[in-house]
Design a protein around this ligand. Structure first.
Ligand SMILES: CC(C)=CCC/C(C)=C/CC/C(C)=C/CC/C(C)=C/COC[C@H](O)COP(=O)(O)O
Ligand code: GRG
Ligand code: MG
Length: 281
C-alpha cells in the first residue's frame, strides 16, 4: 500500500480545477467574489465529490484499467480495491456534510451529482454516448453548483453550457483514443459502434457548438478580460480539425489534450471577464 496513492487516485489536478470552476460559477452569478466561507465550502464539496467520483471510477474500472491505464494505483497494486471503495464512501460522506452547511438545495444537488458519479462508474459508462453525456452533465452543473450556493444563477448558465458542450466533445475523443483497450474489454462506446470516423464527426460537432456557446457571454456584457477566449476557440477549432482530418486514436489523444488546455484557458478567461465587467466587450 502506497500512501501517495490516496492522493493520486483522486486525480487532484482535475478536482482542483473543478473546485475552482465551482467558485467561478458563484463569481459570475453575483458579479463579485462570494463570501470566503461559502467559497471554501463550494470548493470542498466539488473537490471531494470529484475525488470520490474518480476513486469509485477506478474501483469499477479495475479490469479495463489493467489494459488502458496499468500505471494507475489499483492496477499497479498501490491500493487494494476494497480500500478504494471505502475511501470513496468517506470522500462522498464528508462532501455531503459540508454541502448541508451551504443550504438545502446545495445538499440536494450534491446528493444527485454524487449518486450520478457512482451510477456512471457502476452502470452507465458502458452505455454508448449516455456515459459521455453523464460526465459532461457533471462538469456542466459544477458552475451551477457555485451559483446555487449564492442563490443566484446569473451568467453561470453560460459557463455551464460551454462546460457541458466541450466535455461531450472531449469524452468522445477520449473514447476514440481508448478504442483498442475498450474493444478488448467488450465495451460499447461510440467509436466501437459507429466507427472512429463517425464518432469524430460527433465530437467535432460538439466542439463547434462549444465555440458558438463561448460568444453568448459577450451578448450579456461580460468584461474585456474575456478576450483570451479567442485563443480558447482557436485551440478547440484545431482539435476538431485534426480529428476530422485523421480520426485515429493517437490523433484523438492529442485533440483531447488540446481541449483540456482549452478548458483551463477558458476558466481563466471567464474569471478575467467576470472581474472586468465595468469595461464591457
Ligand atoms: C469555451 C470553453 C472551452 C469553456 C469551458 C468551460 C468550463 C468552465 C469547463 C470546466 C469544466 C470542469 C468542471 C472541469 C473539471 C475537470 C474535468 C476536465 C473534469 C472531467 O473529467 C472527466 C474526464 O474523463 C477525466 O479524464 P482526464 O482529464 O483524462 O483524467
Ligand atoms: C457538482 C458537484 C457537487 C460535483 C461535480 C464534480 C465534478 C466536477 C465532476 C466532473 C466529472 C468527473 C471528474 C467525474 C469523476 C468520475 C469520472 C467520470 C471520471 C472519468 O472516468 P472514465 O470515463 O473512466 O475515464 P478515465 O478513467 O479513463 O479518465
Ligand atoms: Mg476510468
Amino acid at each position: 500500500m502506497e500512501l501517495k496513492a490516496f492522493v493520486e487516485i483522486m486525480r487532484p489536478h482535475n478536482c482542483i480545477l473543478a473546485g475552482l470552476v465551482g467558485i467561478l460559477g458563484a463569481m459570475v452569478a453575483i458579479g463579485q467574489f462570494p463570501p470566503v466561507d461559502k467559497a471554501i465550502l463550494v470548493f470542498l464539496v466539488v473537490f471531494l465529490g470529484c475525488s470520490g467520483g474518480n476513486t469509485i471510477n477506478d474501483y469499477f474500472d479495475y479490469e479495463i484499467d489493467k489494459i488502458n491505464r496499468p500505471t494507475r494505483p489499483l492496477p499497479r497494486g498501490a491500493m487494494a480495491r476494497k480500500t478504494a471503495l471505502i475511501y470513496s464512501i468517506f470522500l462522498f460522506a464528508v462532501g455531503l456534510i459540508l454541502a448541508y452547511k451551504i443550504n438545502i438545495q446545495a445538499l440536494l444537488v450534491a446528493g444527485v451529482a454524487y449518486s450520478l458519479m457512482v451510477l456512471y462508474a457502476w452502470k452507465l459508462k458502458p452505455l454508448p454516448f449516455i456515459g459521455n453525456l453523464v460526465v459532461a452533465f457533471l462538469t456542466g452543473i459544477t458552475p451551477i453548483y457555485g451559483a446555487i450556493a449564492v442563490e443566484k444563477i446569473g451568467f453561470a448558465g453560460y459557463l455551464a453550457l460551454s462546460a457541458f458542450l466541450v466535455n461531450v466533445s472531449r469524452e468522445i475523443m477520449k473514447d476514440i483514443e481508448d478504442v483498442e483497450g475498450d474493444k478488448a474489454e467488450g465495451a460499447r462506446t461510440l467509436p466501437i459502434i459507429w466507427g472512429e470516423k463517425k464518432a469524430a464527426y460527433l465530437a467535432s460537432f460538439f466542439a463547434f457548438a462549444t465555440i458558438l456557446s463561448s460568444f453568448l457571454p459577450v451578448r450579456v456584457g461580460i468584461g474585456i478580460g474575456y478576450v483570451p477566449i479567442l485563443l480558447v476557440d482557436a485551440l478547440v477549432l484545431k482539435a476538431a480539425y485534426d480529428i476530422l482530418k485523421d480520426p485515429r486514436p493517437h490523433v484523438a489523444g492529442k485533440s483531447q489534450k488540446k481541449l483540456k488546455i482549452a478548458i483551463l484557458l477558458a476558466v481563466l478567461s471567464f474569471l478575467a471577464g467576470s472581474m472586468t465587467s465595468e469595461v464591457r466587450l
